[in-house]
Design a binder for this molecule. Structure first.
Ligand code: PLP
Length: 393
């Protein structure tokens, strides 16, 4: 565990914590205890790594994309191919870890929230494979813009519940899932999809996603003989980013960059770039950087990519921003779409619109980078799900 991510009961510097109603104290404490035991349990971690290898398809490859690099006048660029993981995104690492833990705890029912649908699909798959009942809460607007993923979840046996509250997107789905959990925790585990929420979720999700960074580190050492000079990842809640950053945080020569959704404007409500306003507050159980109005009401967000469209960011990232170990930047919907198209045309890889944000920022800075630098981008998922957005954009 490195210095930046060691927490005292879920506090990353001043961020994180456990801000929950009384009703959730019992299940959160039960979960914290179970996770602390599991992460130090060799047998549990071996079962987890076996699932990652034999079910999910790890390790994922590192691909050099020289035609893309040439097109953007950049140095050598490598992609960590989480798009090739089973179900098409990094989300499965966490879903398998949590569902395995839930089974160990004796739970038979899993609930989850989903925005882009990727976490719902990953959880539905993990539940089918492990023999658990699965209920997924999803905003009605997200159900529309990610229709193929709704069908996938249903095919794998999950019940998808349409949430018609508030903005009808991810944060409202989280509220509904928490409401369910307060009543159902004796037999139910809440499988949260990103590195946020109350402790122990940020730490637990980060732990299950750290395989991305561990593999990348080993692959860079083996193929290149050194660490990359830059590691770039998109940041929704922050799980794919913390997963890849965690292996490089202790090497100060590695420049780490997190890319948020700049949406279609800079006014509140037009983007999901939390670090641009950089105001603090509590959402869904944790103190972190959130988008809010002058009265402290959580703001609406907008992004072409449902997976980045959330008003809060994981507390580890709030701390990494404050300590200046990681730079957080934003790119617009338009820039992300241009990157989506360019990677498809130069390399035959269709990136998720989420991951396209990381590529888009790289496109902006590539011509200014020295040619002997090595860039690693976390390609968090594949973009087949985004073709309807592409047709519209
Ligand atoms: C969900 C998702 C994201 C955003 O979530 P993080 O927790 O920030 O990683 C990014 N990329 C893809 C492909 C996703 O499905």
């Amino acid at each position: 565990m490195n210095d930046y991510l060691s927490t005292k009961r879920g506090r990353y510097g001043k961020f994180g914590g456990t801000f929950i109603p009384e009703l959730l104290v019992a299940p959160i404490q039960e979960l914290e205890k179970a996770f602390n035991a599991a992460k130090n349990d060799k047998g549990f971690m071996e079962s987890f790594y076996s699932l990652l290898k034999n079910y999910a398809g790890r390790p994922t490859p590192l691909t050099e994309v020289s035609r893309f690099a040439e097109a953007i006048q950049g140095p050598r660029i490598f992609l960590k191919r989480e798009d090739l993981l089973h179900t098409g995104a990094h989300k499965l690492n966490n879903a398998l870890g949590q569902c395995l833990l839930a089974k160990k705890m004796g739970k038979t029912r899993i609930i989850a929230e989903t925005g882009a649908g990727q976490h719902g699909v990953a959880t539905a798959a993990a539940c089918a494979h492990l023999g658990l009942t699965c209920v997924v809460y999803m905003g009605s607007i997200d159900m529309e813009r990610q229709a193929p993923n709704v069908l996938r979840m249903q095919l794998m046996g999950a019940k998808v519940v349409s949430v018609q509250q508030g903005s009808c997107t991810l944060k409202d789905a989280v509220n509904e899932a928490l409401r369910d959990w307060a009543e159902s925790f004796t037999n139910t585990h809440y499988c949260l999809g990103s590195a946020l929420g109350p402790h122990p979720y940020p730490e637990m999700v980060g732990h299950f996603q750290s395989c991305i960074g561990e593999e990348s580190h080993a692959q860079c050492t083996q193929d290149l003989g050194k660490n990359p000079d830059y590691v770039i990842a998109c940041v929704g809640g922050g799980s794919n980013a913390i997963g890849i950053f965690s292996a490089f945080l202790n090497d100060p020569t590695v420049h780490l960059i997190g890319v948020e959704a700049g949406g279609h404007g800079t006014q509140l409500g037009e983007h999901a770039a939390r670090f641009q306003a950089n105001t603090r507050g509590v959402l869904h159980g944790c103190y972190t950087v959130v988008l809010q109005d002058e009265h402290g009401q959580i703001a609406e967000t907008a992004s072409i990519s449902a997976g980045l469209d959330y008003p809060a960011v994981g507390p580890a990232h709030a701390h990494l921003s404050e300590t200046k170990r990681v730079d957080y930047v934003a790119v617009s919907d338009k820039e992300a779409l241009a990157a989506f198209k360019l990677l498809a045309q130069t390399e035959g890889i269709i990136p998720a619109l989420e991951s396209s944000h990381a590529l888009a920022y790289l496109m902006k800075i590539a011509p200014t980078l020295e040619k002997d630098k090595i860039i690693l981008v976390n390609l968090s998922g594949r973009g087949d799900k985004d073709l309807p957005q592409w047709m519209k954009g």
